[in-house]
Design a protein around this ligand. Structure first.
Ligand code: ATP
Ligand code: MG
Length: 420
């Protein structure tokens, strides 16, 4: 049986890194009053059509959608924000009228061409700050992303930021932009040509050199923004400067999803090649209202866990101590099972990690295995120990051996604890 294309098993060696990221994120979130939320992986297809938007690649090409036994149209979530907006409304999280700060981590699904940093099942870690129009909220979520990446020692990343204004402003801009592009229609790359009348703003994102050359002289979205949009953007930039968070303004930055307004940002790293964006986010002031909830201006981001991991794997591996068992239990006798079970319970009680050899190998082989697995000590139980009511401790770094009478087992535990 083969693994499905674009999916990956995450094996124990790598899980240690995931757990480290999760722990670091949870700590930062807790300090900033962000609370974890877990929503279902399946949702009604209409949720994503209405929120992400019909002209987008996600809705048009990338969703895993199926009909269930009761003829409902169901989609595996391609991102987190829409589900959180739905959960926010369904559970009336707006009822105490304060800003809600939420974070999540979980698998997302998009039918894309798998390559380095691009999978069909991938994971996003994200935050949503719901209920504030204050530009400090934008700065807050950006600061949290920045703090997390710094704490994880993510190398060489830069943040790009832009304001994409309000729907009306974008409408006017789209019109001028399309008019500008029409004479060049045959020179655009295929993908951009297809987007000219469906989702023209995404053409700004094109990586094609010819298309980029054409765009160079196109009208600029920023010039179509009115005072409130500009003021919000200036404030966000001012706070970022105050916080010493470096950023570049990229007037061509737009986001793939329809529901964004005002602030849009992306964090990129130089160590990833083409799939270089590790974090994407922005403000979405009308989404919750559009889905049937109250007016709740919001801002958030999502980090792609797999891309983040590619960039920080080496540093993390050096930093994180493997969860190696401290004690290896080597048994060379037929009659010691019950004693071993007793010792295991005792070790557990004292938080000492252990690995019991189950292979019935010779003691010599067991000691070698203990060493190979990085255990610090070996507890040896042979007929000799049973006869003498004792247990032998062998320190693997020095090969020094010591015997402890079962009556003085606490001395053994103390010695083990000191080795930790
Ligand atoms: P891209 O331009 O790379 O397709 P996107 O704009 O579709 O990204 P978002 O929807 O903003 O991505 O998702 C936020 C983050 O999630 C991305 O910056 C990326 O790190 C990660 N991500 C998105 N799609 C995938 C995928 N198919 N595989 C792995 N990570 C992904
Ligand atoms: Mg994409």
């Amino acid at each position: 049986m083969q693994l499905l294309r674009g999916t990956k098993d995450i094996l124990p060696d790598e899980i240690i890194l995931w757990q480290y990221i999760e722990k670091t994120a949870a700590k930062i979130m807790k300090l900033a009053n962000y609370h974890e939320i877990r929503t279902p992986i399946i949702e009604s297809t209409s949720l994503f059509k209405r929120s992400i938007g019909n002209g987008t690649d996600i809705v048009n090409k990338e969703m895993y959608t199926f009909i269930d036994q009761n003829s409902r149209e169901i989609t595996l979530r391609p991102e987190g924000t829409a589900s959180i907006a739905r959960a926010f409304i369904n559970n009336k999280l707006y009822k105490n009228h304060t800003t809600q700060r939420l974070w999540y981590l979980g698998p997302m699904f998009r039918y894309e061409r798998p390559q380095q940093g691009r999978q069909r099942q991938f994971h996003q870690l994200g935050v949503e700050c719901i209920g504030s129009l204050n530009p400090i909220a934008d700065a807050e979520v950006i600061r949290i992303a920045h703090k997390l990446l710094n704490e994880l020692e993510c190398p060489d990343y830069t943040m790009e930021i832009n304001s994409i204004g309000q729907l009306e402003e974008r409408k006017k801009y789209k019109q001028s932009f399309v008019e500008y592009l029409e004479p060049y229609i045959n020179d655009l790359d295929n993908n951009s040509r297809n987007k000219l009348y469906t989702n023209p703003l995404k053409i700004l994102d094109s990586k094609n050199t010819k298309t980029q050359e054409i765009i160079c002289n196109a009208p600029c979205l920023y010039d179509y923004l009115e005072a409130p949009s500009k003021k919000h953007f200036e404030k966000v930039c001012e706070y970022l400067e105050f916080l010493n968070i470096p950023y570049n303004i990229n007037t061509q930055l737009v986001r793939g999803l329809d529901y964004y307004n005002y602030t849009a940002f992306e964090i990129k790293t130089n160590s990833l090649g083409t799939q270089d964006t590790i974090c994407g986010g922005g403000r979405y002031d009308s989404l919750i209202q559009e889905l049937g909830g109250p007016h709740m201006p919001s801002v958030g981001w999502a980090i792609g866990m797999e891309r983040l991991l590619i960039t920080i794997k080496n540093q993390l591996n050096k930093k994180i101590e493997n969860n190696k068992p401290l004690v290896y239990l080597a048994v060379d006798s037929q009659n010691t099972e019950k004693e071993i079970l007793n010792i295991i319970q005792l070790l557990e009680k004292k938080d000492i990690s252990y690995n019991l050899d189950l292979d019935n190998n010779s003691l010599q082989k067991q000691l070698k295995k203990a060493d190979k697995q990085g255990a610090k000590a070996c507890l040896i139980l042979r007929d000799y120990e049973t006869k003498n009511n004792c247990i032998t401790l062998k320190k693997l770094s020095t090969s020094e051996q010591q015997q402890f009478n079962i009556i003085h087992i606490n001395d053994l535990i103390k010695t083990l604890k000191n080795m930790n």
